[in-house]
Ligand binder design. Sequence first.
Ligand code: FAD
Length: 440
Amino acid sequence: MKLSGWGRFPVVDTDESRPDSEAALARAVAKGAVIARGNGRAYGDSAIGLATTLNMRRFNRMIAFDPDTGQLVAEAGLLLSDVIDTFLPRGWFPMVTPGTKFVTLGGMIAADVHGKNHHRDGAMRASVDWIDLMGPDGQVHRCSRDANAEFFDWTVGGMGLTGVILRAAIRLRPVESAWIRQRMIPAPDLDAAMAAFEDHHDATYSVAWIDCLSTGAAKGRALVMLGEHARAVELPHQHRLHPLRTPEKTTKTIPIDFPGLALNPLTVRAFNAAYYRNGLRQAGTSYVDWDSYFYPLDAILGWNRIYGRRGFVQFQCVLPLQVANTGLHALLDEIAAARAGCFLSVLKRFGPGQGRFSFPMEGYTLALDFPVNRRTLALMSRLDAITLAHGGRFYLAKDARLSAKTLRAADPRAEDFAALRQARGMSPAFRSSQSERLSL
Ligand SMILES: Cc1cc2nc3c(=O)[nH]c(=O)nc-3n(C[C@H](O)[C@H](O)[C@H](O)COP(=O)(O)OP(=O)(O)OC[C@H]3O[C@@H](n4cnc5c(N)ncnc54)[C@H](O)[C@@H]3O)c2cc1C
């Protein structure tokens, strides 16, 4: 069958297997050249097996919950949305969440996803107590910071290339309400946006939407959004009686592929400008329900189709703190000069990184979507070069087109990872379209 990631690029031929037991999974792993797939929310080809893709969605049971510690034990194919639906009404929320709730626990751990609270709480790894990992021989080992620590360290962030995660114990955080106290800070340019992040380092959540097509004095203008889980007593009167209740909402669905024409520099520039103006009107504090704050894109199901049939690619890099300002200016200059069809992009401040092959490092991360075409792919190569020149690295969960050479230049850990895979018999067993392209 033909399979792709969320960006619908590249499209790759693979067999799909949907095991429903450990024994069936072990048989599939024994055949070799497989990779686990969660819910396919990685943008590129990381969750597409070279020979066979192991769809993990049948491993979706919750096994145990400890209300004293907030520890949830569950199978790796469980969706984060199911965790929230089950536990938020009881006063618990994930410690770390990416910008979509339609991800599996296995996918979150394999990518060591980061949320808007990375600067304070770290990445997914910080909330994982242990994982059960199936290795190339079909044996399952419990891995934690204390037991099989080497496998724990390489698996969290290892993009499925060390084995298949079967189960995990993760921590949830207690919350009093389903609401976020949001403070919207419009920033007229990039420097103001970065100053807002630094001035509010103690905020639990922070993220900025950047207008990456504005130039001159408005270069990098942004809406910085800070967030705190609201206490029940501080909620507006109408929500105080049932603070953990989520308001009813409707979702919209994109019914067709958008024609490429809808996305030209003029329409994209107009969209970005309108978005910024709207943000100016919302400046200040408001109470936003959890779904709107964390997952605005989930409200439009299938939004990946607005980029048309050829799909889109995301560029996400992180730049070390000391050079982040000059590096971000250089990236924005290059994007604006290319007049690429890039919608609002996302800027976040990372705290220190952890894990042997995880993406985050202390600094700033910028994520931008581009429709796939020759021009934008060439632009992304230029953005790669700027990232390399500033000592940055790239996020493999978003990658669909990086070269093995660029990855190694950015991240010396790639060579160690490939060597470990070789030494432990993992490389013939676990191979994705991405690992092949990146020679991992
Ligand atoms: C709208 C949107 C917003 C996003 N925002 C963020 C964000 O803010 N922060 C962030 O960090 N990421 C973000 N992402 C990326 C997303 O969180 C990751 O790609 C995540 O890994 C996807 O989970 P999944 O279950 O769909 O995994 P898949 O896409 O299916 O797989 C991703 C990787 O995990 C591996 N994997 C999956 N299941 C297992 C398993 N059981 N055992 C071993 N390996 C496994 C796969 O082999 C693959 O390498 C976003 C993605 C989207 C679409």
